[in-house]
Design a protein around this ligand. Structure first.
Ligand code: BES
Ligand code: ZN
Ligand code: ZN
Length: 481
């Protein structure tokens, strides 16, 4: 589907369908009030009413705000995708809501069909957003276009992440994920450096190597970077790239294992963010570091009882091979800090089921030492369209990581607070001078869902791109003031 802005009033745009969003108060004044009420349309959130003869598709919105419009735009675009209409147009609903409108259309249109043998292409191909506001005022064309173009870029990057995460573990392995990163680098003029198992050994990344040892697909570390001239900031992003997490010898149950292709969602989010930043041409140098490995079983698998020496020299007692993400991240975080002296260091990981227990399946758990960063991320969450909540570190939970035989254990000794103990485990691999610059995002909950919600279909959501880009925009805005 092609979505484009047109600096023209709605009447002068020729399409099959006109999309109109209505609140219940707007419904009272609508020209089609009578026929709409006859049809039972009450302008309830996401309620659709198609007046085919008139070529108008109405959709209810609870309030005239971002969340209502994003959700309604999703419902609208899905119904058009399933129709035989070819094109549609819509006005805007105040500039402040235009980004959410575009997200609803772009993210709502997405579906993942590459493994379907019969692929029915939709006839719906063209969607125009006019400069006209719903109240007939003409909005600023430059501002409209800037918002629409940027939102399209971010949504496309989000859909790119979704497709990578949805791709099956037979098709994305650590070496093939490295090729995908290389391909992105080639297309977007980025640099990409790949470390294979020998290079990882030379870098003493033994925790990561242990996790991937039983797989026939050996681990890779991917370093992809976007380096604009005269950057205002340097940011390192680290992603957990478990192309499959069987749990290893601490094998997952059959039901928990299903969907574990999504354990690479952190890595894919990093690729998506780098893609978006480079296409938006933001004046920020961004380094993506991905620890890619496959957690499998085999005669040479790492074991509960093993002690691993991570890159930074910390010794780790393995008590559960299913807590593998933190082992991969330990080495990847250490490598990222060795390679780049960044202003900020963020990691993205489907790290713990406990985070989902704590916050529910829709919310990212954010952890770190900097109250300023946590505050900034809470502030930009709502405008970004993604949900974030802070989980606080504390010394009592930290003690649960104590090991009798090594420096630390890879799992907490008690079953509660698992998302926080995982975050505090990672803290052992953050250098002193980086403590206040680091944030850990546990995306286990919102990365993947078998129940569609908001603008997300079955499967991967592409979480991480929107909130990170929103934060980067707020960082650049703060530079200006
Ligand atoms: N990849 C999982 C976490 C996960 C679980 C993500 C469910 C998405 C949905 C991670 O590697 C894992 O298995 N974590 C364990 C940690 C435990 C062994 C301390 C978990 O959450 O059960
Ligand atoms: Zn695991
Ligand atoms: Zn995992």
């Amino acid at each position: 589907m092609n979505l484009a802005f047109l600096d023209r009033p709605l009447v002068s745009i020729d399409t099959d369908i006109t999309i109109v969003f209505l609140t219940d108060t707007l419904l009272d004044d609508a020209s089609d009030y009578k026929v709409l009420t006859q049809a039972g349309f009450k302008a309830k959130q996401d309620q659709l009413c198609l007046l085919h003869e008139k070529g108008v598709l109405y959709c209810g919105i609870e309030k005239l705000n971002r969340d209502s419009l994003r959700s309604a735009a999703t419902v609208v675009v899905r119904s058009l995708k399933n129709s035989n209409y070819k094109s549609a147009k819509t006005g805007q609903y105040f500039l402040k809501n235009t980004k959410a409108l575009v997200e609803g259309f772009m993210l709502g249109y997405y579906s993942f069909d590459v493994y379907k043998s019969k692929n029915e292409a939709s006839s719906f191909k063209e969607l125009f957003i006019s400069a006209e506001n719903f109240d007939a005022a003409m909005l600023d064309a430059n501002e409209s276009k800037t918002i629409i173009d940027a939102s399209k870029t971010v949504s496309e990057a989000t859909n790119y992440v979704r497709s990578l995460v949805n791709t099956i573990p037979n098709d994305i392995t650590p070496p093939s994920l490295a090729l995908i990163a290389q391909d992105l680098a080639d297309k977007n003029n980025l640099t990409c450096h790949i470390l294979d198992e020998n290079a990882l050994e030379a870098e003493s990344m033994n925790a990561m190597l242990a996790v991937g040892r039983a797989s026939v697909h050996q681990p890779r570390l991917i370093h992809i970077s976007y380096k604009p001239k005269n950057p205002l900031h340097v940011i390192s992003l680290v992603g957990k790239g478990l192309t499959y997490d069987s749990g290893g010898l601490s094998l997952k149950s059959p039901t928990s294992m299903v969907s574990m292709k999504m354990d690479k969602a952190g890595a894919c989010a990093v690729l998506g963010i780098v893609k978006a930043v480079s296409e938006l041409k933001l004046p920020i140098e961004v380094h993506g570091f991905i620890g890619a490995a496959e957690n499998m079983v085999g005669g040479n698998a790492y074991k509960p009882d093993d002690v691993l020496t991570a890159k930074n020299g910390t010794t780790i007692e393995v008590r559960n091979t299913d807590a593998e993400g933190r082992l991969v991240l330990a080495d990847t975080l250490a490598y990222a800090q060795q390679e780049v002296n960044a202003d900020f260091l963020f990691d993205y990981a489907t790290l713990t089921g406990a985070c989902m227990v704590a916050l529910g399946p829709y919310t990212v758990g954010m952890m770190g030492h900097s109250h300023t960063l946590k505050h900034q991320f809470s502030q930009i969450a709502a405008p970004s369209g993604e949900l974030l909540a802070s989980l606080p570190f504390n010394t009592h939970l930290k003690k649960l990581l104590k090991s009798e035989i090594a420096d630390i254990s890879n799992v907490g000794s008690k079953p509660y607070g698992g998302a926080i103990t995982a975050g505090m485990f990672l803290d052992n691999f953050i250098n002193e001078e980086m403590k206040q610059k680091w944030m850990h995002f546990d995306i286990a909950g919102p990365a993947y869902s078998e129940t569609p919600w908001d603008c997300h279909p079955y499967g991967a959501t592409g979480i991480g791109v929107r909130f990170t880009i929103e934060w980067m925009h707020s960082l650049l805005n703060a530079d200006k003031t």
